[in-house]
Ligand binder design. Structure first.
Ligand SMILES: Cc1cc2nc3c(=O)[nH]c(=O)nc-3n(C[C@H](O)[C@H](O)[C@H](O)COP(=O)(O)O)c2cc1C
Length: 266
């Protein structure tokens, strides 16, 4: 399958074409499905001195711009942070347990590749960077035991952080809890992830920046008004270390796809 990427026909914003800050010819044409397979989360530290070049940043922001959003509300703003002082201030914030919250009882973590291959969902415990591991502070029987928990408390180094915010006053009509607005942010996230992958830039989504206490600190560091809520942030860059090959699993198509009617698993 070879896809030809064409710019969508522009009408009202036709003039934008002349203002683009990059050459519209793609660097390398890769199949979309191949880019989807290759896209992955990179949790390693990125080289803070290897910057994302301005044309690539513009390509990335352009990809975000063309994400579909409910009612075309384009309910997001992106703050691209490459100032070393602000990045350091954000990195100094300790993140609360996010989606990577673990402990031995985690439902999402497999302790061996065999277990992960069997489950086909979730993550392998050993794939998290050492800096994410902490000794379990629990008291009682296990006190002091070298059990590792993976809290994702640190933001590894990077030359660029994209903070994606949305206007919480701008609710999509008829959507409970602005669910359609939040889905739209997911479309922005995916566009960012696919374009960065196609440009050979690594990315890690950080959902923890939007959690209460952390959000207030990030808003203060970046001067974000309170009505703009942090949807997610994305760390971008080039890994300092050679990429480790972690086992990544997905369900088989027949495990989630149904034809004409839902069929319960056996
Ligand atoms: C909405 C959302 C939030 C996520 N938040 C985080 C996060 O805070 N930290 C992190 O390391 N990965 C985060 N991820 C990445 C997922 O863990 C990752 O996409 C998933 O494990 C599949 O792995 P892959 O991206 O390598 O295919 C997030 C992904 C999504 C879609």
């Amino acid at each position: 399958m070879r896809l030809i990427f064409k710019r969508p026909p522009l009408r009202d914003t036709n003039d934008d074409r002349t203002k683009l800050l990059y050459d519209t010819a793609p660097l390398s044409m890769r199949d979309l499905l191949d880019i989807m397979w290759q896209r992955h989360t990179c949790r390693a530290a990125f080289d803070p001195n290897k910057k994302i070049c301005e044309p690539d940043l513009q390509r990335i922001l352009d990809a975000a711009r063309w994400a579909p959003t409910a009612h075309n509300l384009q309910n997001f703003e992106i703050i691209a942070v490459d100032d070393a002082h602000r990045l350091a201030a954000i990195r100094a914030i300790r993140l609360p347990p996010a989606e990577t919250l673990v402990g031995e009882n985690s439902r999402h973590l497999s302790l061996s590749e065999a277990e992960l291959l069997r489950r086909r969902t979730g993550l392998l415990a050993s794939m998290f960077p050492e800096s994410w591991k902490e000794t379990d502070p629990a008291t009682g029987e296990n006190a002091g035991a070298p059990i590792h928990i993976y809290l994702g408390r640190t933001i590894e180094k990077c030359p660029l952080l994209l903070v994606v915010v949305h206007d919480c006053r701008l609710e999509v009509p008829a959507a409970e809890g602005d669910s359609l607005g939040l889905m739209s942010l997911g479309c922005v996230m995916q566009n960012l992830w696919l374009i960065t992958e196609s440009l050979g830039i690594s990315m890690q989504v950080l959902s923890g920046l939007g959690t209460n206490d952390v959000e207030v600190q990030v808003q203060s560091i970046l001067g974000i008004p309170l009505h703009l809520k942090i949807g997610f942030a994305a760390r971008l860059g080039y890994p300092l270390t050679a990429p480790e090959s972690h086992l990544r699993v997905r369900r088989r198509i027949q495990d989630f796809a149904h034809r004409n009617r839902y069929t319960a698993p056996p």
